[in-house]
Design a protein around this ligand. Structure first.
Ligand code: CP
Ligand code: NVA
Length: 348
């Protein structure tokens, strides 16, 4: 299983004291606390990961760059203005060249077919940093965040509306289990939703989607095929009524209503999403659970969720954003760090 690499909070790190005697290094760790220290694997030592981003990013990019450093390697940011790809060079040729120089590619693309093509022609692993259809590293952060806050879902007592730090006993390597939850999505059928649809039902959770009527907001056929292949459809309920969607929700999730590349549809989308803003009133009217919590992948606009919810005690959005880093770090360690270049090179 993938090791959970998220380090303990700084206050739990071992205290290091200088000493004149002992080991010759001048450093001595206090043995009582040393077991708390989890040094990240240095699996990217001497390795470079190409961040091939044709769209903007704050969380995914910074997570990747800082995670690569912690794993002992480096990330090379290649924005769409920086390289020949898409102007003077094909995806196929770029994939082959970058794969010859770097040990992994983390790519944020437009159409999903671009990442499929990259992966087909690249001699090193390619990880999806967001495409038109999927955002797989986002769902990992969301799942980690829900598990870390499982204590908020098990008891509906008044204190459970707090988003305070998990109890100390839970800040350990093993993640606490989650009870089966009802997760409501309000928004269009975006890349972020698609990874929810193929993952949370398999973990025993129910997903309720509230999306306006219309082809632009429905699940694309190729995504739904995957949902069915994975046996997830039985745990998914779809409606165009946002109040009905939040009924019984433990968690309400939304995303931008206008994904990158859909800017020309902004006016129409804002009209179609009237009534979908996540608010206390909407969730109370629809009958969400008393202690419902809120997730958003960010960046966020106020028309999607009001300030009361977004900055209030129900919101897990900032721990969720922090968790992008630790989950991307785990992916880099597993996919890029532990990948055997020589063995792969032989079969290439
Ligand atoms: N959630 C997310 O992917 O954010 P960025 O676009 O800032 O990377
Ligand atoms: N659905 C959004 C996610 C941004 C992180 C987009 O594709 O722009």
């Amino acid at each position: 299983s993938t090791p959970w690499l998220k380090p303990m909070p700084r206050r739990s790190m071992p205290s290091i004291t200088t000493t004149k005697s002992s080991t010759g290094t001048g450093l001595k760790t206090k043995s009582k606390k040393v077991n708390d220290l989890r040094l990240p694997s240095q699996s990217l030592f001497n390795k470079t990961i190409a961040l091939l981003f044709s769209k903007r990013s704050t969380r995914t990019r910074v997570s990747a760059e800082t995670a690569a450093v912690l794993l002992g390697g480096r990330a090379l940011f290649l924005g769409k203005e920086d390289i020949q790809l898409g102007v003077n060079e094909s995806v196929r040729d770029s994939a082959r060249v970058l794969g010859g120089m770097c040990q992994g590619i983390f790519a944020r693309v437009g159409d999903h077919s671009e990442i499929e093509e990259l992966a087909e022609h690249c001699p090193v692993p390619v990880l999806n940093a967001l495409s038109s259809l999927w955002h797989p590293t986002q769902i990992l952060a969301d799942i980690l965040t829900l598990h870390e806050h499982s204590h908020l879902f098990t008891s509906p007592s008044p204190s459970s509306t707090s988003t305070s730090t998990p109890p100390k006993s839970l800040r350990v390597r093993e993640l606490p289990p989650l009870p089966p939850l009802t997760i409501t999505w309000l928004g269009d059928s975006s890349n972020v939703l698609h990874d929810i649809l193929v993952s949370l039902p398999r973990m025993g959770h129910k997903v309720r989607v509230g999306a306006p009527k219309g082809r632009a907001y429905e699940c694309p056929e190729e995504v739904w095929r995957r949902v069915v292949e994975l046996g997830c459809e039985g745990n998914i309920y779809w409606t165009s009524d946002p109040r009905e969607a939040v009924h019984g929700a433990d968690v309400v999730v939304t995303d931008t209503w206008i994904s990158m590349g859909q800017e020309a549809e902004k006016e129409q989308r804002l009209k179609d999403f009237q009534g979908y803003q996540v608010t206390e009133a909407l969730c109370a009217e629809g009958g969400a659970k008393e202690n419902w919590k809120f997730l958003h992948c960010l960046p966020r606009k106020e028309h999607e969720v009001d300030d009361e919810v977004f900055y209030g005690p129900r919101s897990l959005v900032f721990p969720e954003a922090d968790n992008r880093k630790w989950t991307i770090m785990a992916c880099f360690d597993l996919l890029f760090g532990k990948w055997d270049l020589e063995a792969e090179a032989e079969s290439y």
